[in-house]
Write a protein that binds this ligand. Structure first.
Ligand SMILES: [Cu+2]
Length: 293
């Protein structure tokens, strides 16, 4: 009698443990509230040593608009420190475009994982600096990983008021008098790109691209960019350039073999059919995957 009931209990325990093991391999967790299509939760990428590189050049065809001198008379300090301040929305040298934001928008690793499923990338940058120098944001275009610290410094003997204008992240604006400590902030959601203005100096403008992964770059003065440490896979790479409205963007598909490199060259300018940027509607890696398989 005693032995028989023990056997029943053992059987029950075994059954329960099987059910428990079964459910842990079951359906994926639901997505995060924002719906990133990545299964939610946190998933860390493990560096395998076979990562590759994306390089390229951003060109500008046709005649670029000439830089315009900025009237800084609203703040005498700006004119004293930076008498030749001019617009920097289209910086072209020898047909190459600086300050284009290039990033992996979407894609699939060679092992079949969507890049957006990973929330943690070892070696991702942890801090970036945005300086105000000569009543000018330096750099003009920059990238951040989600939750990366951005330190905003004021190198000018005047007051600024930093005012990012995101659509997915929290909007804020904050005064930073000369000599004030750096302002430290971060952005909790992927958003490409966030315009930043200054409430004191209407000409000041910067753009911050926030992505879930560290695979972004800003084209240098010679138009070149390099994105390192990319897992083998096939990706959609987007280059964005500011302009009227939300700017324009170009898209390229690249495939990176193990330890391989891929090239993605882009071209903007009057002679190029750039697509109006869809970035407002399609922030980086926050696209619902309904309809994808
Ligand atoms: Cu300012």
């Amino acid at each position: 009698m005693f032995k028989k009931s023990t056997g029943v209990w053992l059987g029950l325990v075994l059954l329960i443990s099987l059910v428990t093991v079964g459910s842990s391999c079951g359906p994926k967790e639901p997505g995060t509230p924002g719906g990133n299509g990545g299964g939610g939760g946190s998933k860390s990428y493990t560096v395998k040593g076979d990562e590759g590189t994306i390089t390229g050049t951003v060109a500008f065809t046709g005649t670029p608009p000439a830089p315009k001198k900025i009237d800084t008379s609203a703040d005498a300090v700006c004119g004293q420190k930076n008498p030749n301040l001019s617009t920097d929305d289209t910086v072209v040298a020898n047909g190459k475009l600086a300050n284009a934001f290039v990033y992996i928008k979407d894609g699939t690793l060679a092992d079949g994982t969507k890049i957006g499923e990973y929330t943690t990338w070892p070696g991702a940058p942890t801090e970036a600096v945005l300086d105000q120098n000569g009543c000018h944001y330096v750099p003009h275009v920059m990238g951040l990983v989600v939750n990366e610290k951005i330190k905003i410094t004021n190198s000018d003997p005047t007051q600024h008021n930093i005012h990012p204008q995101p659509t997915l992240n929290q909007e804020w604006n904050q005064t930073q008098p000369n000599g004030a400590a750096p302002i430290e902030k971060s952005f909790s959601r992927a958003e490409v790109l966030i315009p930043v203005k200054c409430n004191q100096h209407p000409w000041m403008k910067a753009y911050i691209g926030v992505t879930k992964h560290p695979f972004f770059a800003v084209s240098a003065a010679d138009g070149t960019f390099t994105i390192k440490g990319v897992p083998p896979g096939t990706y959609t790479v987007v280059a964005w350039h500011e302009g009227p409205g939300k700017g324009t963007e170009q898209t390229k598909q690249v495939t990176i073999a193990a330890k391989g490199s891929a090239t993605a060259d882009f071209s903007f300018g009057a002679a190029t059919a750039s697509n109006p940027s869809s970035l407002e509607m399609m922030p980086a890696l926050e696209i619902p995957v309904a309809g994808h398989h």
